[in-house]
Design a protein around this ligand. Structure first.
Ligand SMILES: *[C@@H]1O[C@H](CO)[C@@H](O)[C@H](O)[C@H]1NC(C)=O
Ligand SMILES: *[C@@H]1O[C@H](CO)[C@@H](O)[C@H](O)[C@H]1NC(C)=O
Length: 216
C-alpha cells in the first residue's frame, strides 16, 4: 500500500515536471526547421544526386556551427520501425531533438508511428509518398527531392519510398518515448539484437554527451 502511494506520488511528480517542461521545450532546441530546410535544399542544389557529397555538405556545415553536438562519424545502422525498413546515420541525438540521415537504396513502406515530437523529413534523393485517411482523400501526398514532409506531433500516416530514397530527418519534442517505437519491431519481428545494441550504444552515447554539455 505504502509502495503504491509512493509510486503514485512519483508518477504525479514526474508528470508535473514533464508538463511544466513541455511548455518550455523550445528553450532546449538548438536546430531550427527553416535553417535545416535551406541547408538540405542548398546541399541538393550543389550536389544533385551525388548523395555522398550531399550528406558531407550537410554534416560539415552543421559541425562548423554546432561543433560537438554533431556526430561526424557515418555510423550507418539498420532501422526497423512501423513495418518499414531502412538505415540511418545519427548526426545528433539528445532528449529533445534528433537529426539523422534515414533512407534505403531499394524502397520501403510502413506506419510513421504516433510521436511525442514534430518530425521534419527533408528529401535529399528520390521521393516519399504519404497517405492519411479522410473523406475524399484518394490521392497520395507526394514529397519529391528538395521538399520537406512535416509530420505534426501526434499525427500518423502511412508512408512509402517507392524505390531508393534518402532524407535528412529532424525530430523535436520528447525523444525518449519515440525510441520505444524504434525498438518494437526488433522484439516482434526482426530479433536483430546486434542492431538493437548498436542503436542503443550510439543513441545513448550521443544523448549523454549532449547532456554532459548541458544540452537536454
Ligand atoms: C551553411 O549553409 C548555409 C545555407 O543553408 C550557408 O548560408 C552557410 O554559409 C553555410 N555555412 C558553412 C560553414 O558552410
Ligand atoms: C536525380 O535523379 C532523378 C531520377 O533520375 C531525377 O529525376 C532528378 O532530377 C535528379 N536530381 C537532380 C538534382 O539532378
Amino acid at each position: 500500500m505504502r509502495f503504491l502511494t509512493l509510486l503514485g506520488a512519483l508518477i504525479g511528480a514526474l508528470s508535473s515536471i514533464m508538463y511544466l517542461l513541455d511548455s518550455h521545450l523550445d528553450k532546449f532546441y538548438i536546430f531550427t526547421p527553416s535553417e535545416l530546410q535551406s541547408l538540405a535544399q542548398a546541399a541538393v542544389e550543389a550536389h544533385g544526386n551525388d548523395t555522398t557529397s550531399v550528406v558531407q555538405y550537410i554534416v560539415s556545415n552543421l559541425s562548423a556551427k554546432y561543433l560537438h553536438h554533431v556526430n561526424l562519424e557515418e555510423e550507418w545502422i539498420f532501422n526497423n520501425a512501423g513495418g518499414a525498413m531502412g538505415a540511418m546515420y545519427i548526426i545528433h541525438a539528445s532528449v529533445t531533438e534528433y537529426l539523422i540521415i534515414f533512407g534505403t537504396a531499394i524502397g520501403t513502406e510502413g506506419h510513421t508511428g504516433r510521436h511525442t515530437a514534430d518530425d521534419y523529413f527533408h528529401i535529399l534523393r528520390g521521393e516519399q509518398l504519404a497517405y492519411a485517411p479522410g473523406k475524399g482523400v484518394y490521392e497520395p501526398e507526394r514529397y519529391p527531392q528538395g521538399t520537406v514532409h512535416h509530420l505534426k506531433r501526434g499525427d500518423v500516416k502511412q508512408y512509402k519510398m517507392e524505390s531508393g530514397c534518402f532524407a535528412l530527418e529532424y525530430a523535436r519534442g520528447w525523444i525518449p518515448p519515440m525510441l520505444i517505437f524504434g525498438y518494437a519491431d526488433t522484439f516482434s519481428s526482426t530479433l536483430d539484437f546486434p542492431t538493437l545494441w548498436r542503436t542503443t550504444w550510439v543513441t545513448g552515447r550521443e544523448m549523454l554527451e549532449n547532456l554532459a554539455m548541458g544540452k537536454l
